[in-house]
Structure formats: structure tokens, C-alpha cells
Design a protein around this ligand. Structure first.
Ligand code: DGY
Length: 428
């Protein structure tokens, strides 16, 4: 255990997960996010796996209840009603037996399943193989959906059709693509988020008009993947999403072996090869990071955001790329109280307190640290991890942090931040 770690913090992190438990699933935080969110829950499951593998399985099992017949795992599962969030089930108008949203989120599920499985086996749980096999089927169906629905031309990159799918809602990466999306909506916008969190730390009203325009468009397409693909006024072949999918696919390959499912292992290996090839082609040596591609304009998305470093979890860089990525990341973190800022601090779009336009996110740091270590940049990985832990020890388990001051921002008592603490604090 890292000697910096305060023992009371682990207890506090577990208490947050207990407090945000709504019956086998964990809400991200009270009031602001009162349902089960897809990638939040997957990170939380990994957090639970450090001390309670049974509860970790439960988190994934409850998320899988929301999976659609076509394989998509939606970004929100509305298990129980709440009037503190917009847009609720009535706006989405989907048809699953449990109300859900109609878009998805980064497929951390497969990464989580491998870790939960390994923790359960290590704990000697007799139900591990059976529970893992059932969840593996859900994960495999979801990965097939990703490749069919979101990479129909087999480019090796999967696309997002809504900024909310990326998890990085108002990132500068979407500014140009989103500016082409009309602000008209058929749904009346009744924001609730700014009643819970200072509006200066949240997306702007004009962002919401466009977010909801996209929801209206896809609802009117009957939530049919092919019709949505054709109608989408926003379509980005995205490197953060593809990297998470590729890494999760690799974790499922390992699981297929552990679960003795050789045919599935072969299918998943082919998926992984396709995705890592697609990602490798998105490296830009002049920018020293990876870039997404706007499929409507055909242009690269050059805005400097954290997404450019996340592919390190999936791709093995050559020595020149490794050195370049390490140097670039160090430049972003230079003069920050703690990195990694979600937008480069030297960019004109940098806003250190506004959601995905600058703040540090613990789960992104967790991914970036994993990617650095995968690429032999262990010292930098440790720096990122220690910086993240330091932020939490000073400011608590906040949703995000101002990299220039270390101040905690957004919602407090945040589940995935607590989960990140439980995982990162075990590393030395
Ligand atoms: C929100 O409502 O802020 C979410 O990020 C959308 O999933």
C-alpha cells in the first residue's frame, strides 16, 4: 500500500458507495444523477471488486437488465422514477421493459467484468464461473452491436452520434461538429442540473438545445441504428470510445480463455485487431497524440482534449511515439496543481472549472495511467495516480477538480471518484 494513503479515506470511499446504493446498482450521486449510468457503474463495479466481488457482480447484472434486444447497453437505466433529472424517460420514449435512454456510453463493462471475475476467483467464490459466463454473453452482444451499428463501413473506429455517448458532454472536441447541429427542439427543455450545481461548472443552455435536438432526431428515427446513422447530424469516429472498446475487447479475449469459450475468443481477437488497427492510424506525430475524425465534414478533430491520450490503453506505441506522447502529456501537466486536464491548458478553449473543458477527472486519470503503464511509462503513470489521490485527499470525492487550484467541483460524494480511490490507492 502506498505510504501516502490515509486509511480513513478508504472507509469514506466505501461509505459513499453504500450511500449511493439503490438496490444492487449505484447512482453516480444523489439528485444530479439519480439513476444507473452505464460507464459510471462499470467503474464502480471495479471499485466494489476490491472488497466485495458479490456486490461488484450485482452492479453489472443490474446494468445488463437495461440491455436492448439489439445488444446496445444504454447510457442510463431508469430503474426507479425521480423528478430531479432532465431528460427523463418520457423524453427518450424508448421501448425496453425497464425504461432506458436511447444512446450508449463507453463500454467499460468488459474491462470491469474481467476484473470482477478475477477478484471473485481469487476470493474463492463458487458462483464466479457461472455469473461471469452470463455477463460475458451480455458483453459480447454489446461489442457486436458496437461494430455493426457504429462502424458499418468496417474502418476500425466506432462513432458516437451524441456528445453524451462519449461521457465528455461539452468537450471542445465537439465544438465544431456541434455548431452544425440545429438548436430547435420539439421537446421542451427543463434543465434540472443547474439547480444542483453552479451553472458556471455545467454545459451552457445552447449546448442543451443541441443535445436535445439530437435526442429528438433519434427518437423520430424510432431508435433504429441504421436510420439513426443515416439521419445523424453529429457523427464522430472517436478515439477515446474506440480505445475503451478495444481494451475491453482484449479483456474479453482473456475472459473467453478463462471461461473456456474458444470460438468467442477467436471472434473477439478479430474484433480487437480491427479496432487497434483503426486506432493506430489516428496517431498524429505533429500533435503527439491521437485524433478523432468528424464523419460529417471528413476533417480531423484537432481540439486538444484528454481523448488524445486514452488510446494508450489499447495501442502499443513505437519508441518514438512513446517518447512524444510522454513529452506532450508532461507539457499539459506542467504548472498544474495536478493533471491531467481534460483540455490542454495552453488552448484558448481551456476553462478549468467547466465540466469537460478543463477539469481533471479521476476515472480519466485512471485510464491514462493504465495506458502509460501499458506503454512502459511507469514513472509518469505513478505521477498521475499520486496526483489524483492527492486531489481526493485534499478536496474529497468530488465529480471533478480544477487542475489549476485543486478545488473540488460539480457534484460531491461521487461514486466513480470513490471507486477510483479504492483502485488507485492500492497501487504503489
Ligand atoms: C448529463 O445529464 O449531464 C449526463 O452527462 C448525460 O448523460
Amino acid at each position: 500500500m502506498n505510504d501516502m494513503i490515509r486509511p480513513d479515506m478508504g472507509e469514506a470511499a466505501r461509505a459513499i458507495l453504500a450511500r449511493n446504493d439503490r438496490g444492487g446498482y449505484t447512482i453516480p450521486t444523489d439528485r444530479l444523477y439519480p439513476f444507473q449510468w452505464n460507464w459510471d457503474s462499470a467503474f464502480v463495479a471495479i471499485g466494489f471488486s476490491t472488497f466485495d466481488p458479490d456486490r461488484a457482480y450485482r452492479e453489472l447484472e443490474r446494468l445488463a437488465e437495461g440491455q436492448w434486444d439489439d445488444g446496445m447497453i444504454p447510457h442510463i437505466v431508469f430503474h426507479a422514477p425521480s423528478d430531479t433529472y432532465f431528460p427523463g424517460p418520457d423524453v427518450w420514449g424508448t421501448r425496453h421493459r425497464i425504461p432506458t435512454s436511447g444512446i450508449t456510453q463507453p463500454p467499460v463493462f468488459g474491462m470491469a467484468l474481467r476484473q470482477v471475475h478475477e477478484a471473485a476467483i481469487a476470493a474463492g467464490r463458487s458462483d464466479a464461473m457461472e455469473r461471469s459466463r452470463v455477463l460475458f454473453r451480455h458483453a459480447l452482444r454489446s461489442h457486436r452491436w458496437w461494430l455493426q451499428a457504429r462502424d458499418p463501413d468496417a474502418t476500425g473506429l466506432v462513432a458516437i452520434l451524441h456528445p453524451w455517448e462519449s461521457g465528455s458532454d461539452n468537450s471542445p472536441a465537439w465544438d465544431e461538429a456541434l455548431s452544425r447541429v440545429p438548436t430547435s427542439t420539439t421537446t421542451a427543455i427543463r434543465r434540472k442540473d443547474t439547480g444542483h450545481v453552479d451553472a458556471a461548472m455545467r454545459p451552457k443552455d445552447i449546448d442543451y438545445q443541441r443535445f436535445i435536438h439530437l435526442v429528438d432526431t433519434y427518437r423520430e428515427s424510432g431508435w433504429d441504428p441504421a436510420r439513426q446513422w443515416a439521419a445523424a447530424p453529429f457523427k464522430i469516429a472517436e478515439v477515446q470510445m474506440t480505445a475503451i472498446l478495444a481494451r475491453a475487447t482484449r479483456d474479453l479475449v482473456a475472459l473467453a480463455e478463462a471461461l473456456e469459450l474458444p470460438e468467442e475468443g477467436i471472434e473477439l481477437s478479430a474484433m480487437e485487431a480491427r479496432l487497434t488497427r483503426g486506432l493506430a492510424a489516428r496517431w498524429r506525430s505533429d500533435l503527439r497524440r491521437f485524433v478523432s475524425r468528424d464523419l460529417i465534414s471528413g476533417e480531423d478533430v484537432e481540439a486538444p482534449t484528454q481523448a488524445g491520450f486514452v488510446p494508450l490503453i489499447a495501442v502499443t506505441l513505437d519508441p518514438a511515439q512513446r517518447e512524444a506522447a510522454g513529452t506532450e502529456l508532461a507539457r499539459w501537466c506542467d504548472a498544474m496543481v495536478a493533471g491531467v486536464p481534460s483540455t490542454a491548458p495552453f488552448a484558448p478553449t481551456f476553462e478549468p472549472r467547466r465540466y469537460w473543458r478543463g477539469p481533471v477527472w479521476a476515472v480519466i486519470n485512471w485510464l491514462i495511467a493504465d495506458g502509460l503503464r501499458h506503454n512502459g511509462l511507469g514513472d509518469q503513470a505513478r505521477m498521475v495516480e499520486r496526483g489524483t489521490i492527492g486531489l481526493m485527499e485534499r478536496a474529497g470525492f468530488c465529480e471533478y477538480f480544477d487542475p489549476t487550484t485543486g478545488e473540488g467541483l460539480g457534484g460531491d460524494t461521487f461514486s466513480w471518484t470513490a471507486a477510483a480511490y479504492l483502485v488507485l490507492s492500492r497501487r504503489t
